[in-house]
Design a protein around this ligand. Structure first.
Ligand code: ADP
Ligand code: MG
Length: 238
């Protein structure tokens, strides 16, 4: 229910070939991290999967079905943005409920989904607060809650922790991996932070200038980096 296949996917902006050609299989339930330096195409690749950008070539399959030309809402995936994307004037409850209200779900069903998401995220006591009355970590959990209620077949995270301080980032890393263990839903997580990649991923995809340098588990990349770029980026001893 959350297998994502990229076949020969490319993206060009004007003259710039930002992603020359990517083939990648993301298995159902896997926690996959795209890691690489700033500007290497991580966000672009995630946005292509989400349907927020059109591919220039190639195919995107979800559970074997071609979704290359489908709108974002038809893909059953949920993008988690940084917490500053919350609506400041709405309560936590209404922020989490927002996508369901947009989908015109009935109120009782919305209430149940929000209650369930709040329980998973330890936000039950904060539902009537506004984002300004929450800590940074709580705000990030609300942003995740807004994705959870849609019951996506995969979560797509774009550097969700980059505006949090170091201590909070550590806590949130654990919370997101714990959430993955609870939900067992595919997660695709973009970061430029090697520590996040090494501690959170089942599978790391190392990107450099829009190309995949190596794909493997954290241990595989650490023990057997294919080249100096991977070794340097992962911090392994090659
Ligand atoms: P990352 O997320 O790894 O930092 P991005 O995917 O945001 O990298 O960007 C990859 C490259 O594509 C960069 O050179 C960036 O300037 C370029 N780029 C991204 N989005 C656009 C766009 N909408 N128009 C033109 N160039 C873009
Ligand atoms: Mg980015």
């Amino acid at each position: 229910m959350g297998r994502i296949t990229l076949k020969n996917v490319s993206k060009t902006f004007g003259e710039a070939k930002v992603i020359p050609s990517i083939d990648l299989e993301i298995n159902d339930g896997e926690f996959v991290v795209f890691v690489g330096p700033s500007g290497c195409g991580k966000s672009t690749l995630l946005r292509l999967i989400a349907g927020l950008e059109d591919v220039s070539g190639g195919q995107i399959l979800i559970d074997g079905k071609d979704y290359t030309n489908n709108a974002p809402a038809e893909r059953g995936l949920a993008m988690v943005f940084q917490s500053y994307a919350l609506y400041p004037h709405m309560t936590v409850r209404n922020n989490i409920a927002f996508p369901l209200k947009m989908a015109k779900m009935d109120k009782a069903a919305i209430d149940k989904k929000v209650t369930d998401a709040a329980r998973v995220l330890n936000l039950t006591d904060y539902l009537e607060r506004r984002p300004s009355q929450l800590s940074g970590g709580q705000r990030q959990r609300v942003a995740i809650g807004r994705a959870i209620v849609r019951e996506p077949s995969a979560f797509l995270f774009d550097e969700p922790l980059s505006n949090l301080d170091a201590a909070l980032r550590g806590t949130m890393r654990l919370e997101i991996t714990d959430l993955h263990h609870q939900l067992k839903t595919t997660m695709v997580y973009v970061t430029h932070d090697q520590i996040e990649a090494m501690t959170m991923a089942d599978k790391i995809v190392v990107l450099n200038r829009g190309n995949i340098e190596q794909v493997g588990s954290p241990l595989e990349l650490y023990r057997s980096p294919r080249n100096l770029f991977v070794a340097g980026f992962i911090g392994s001893p090659k």
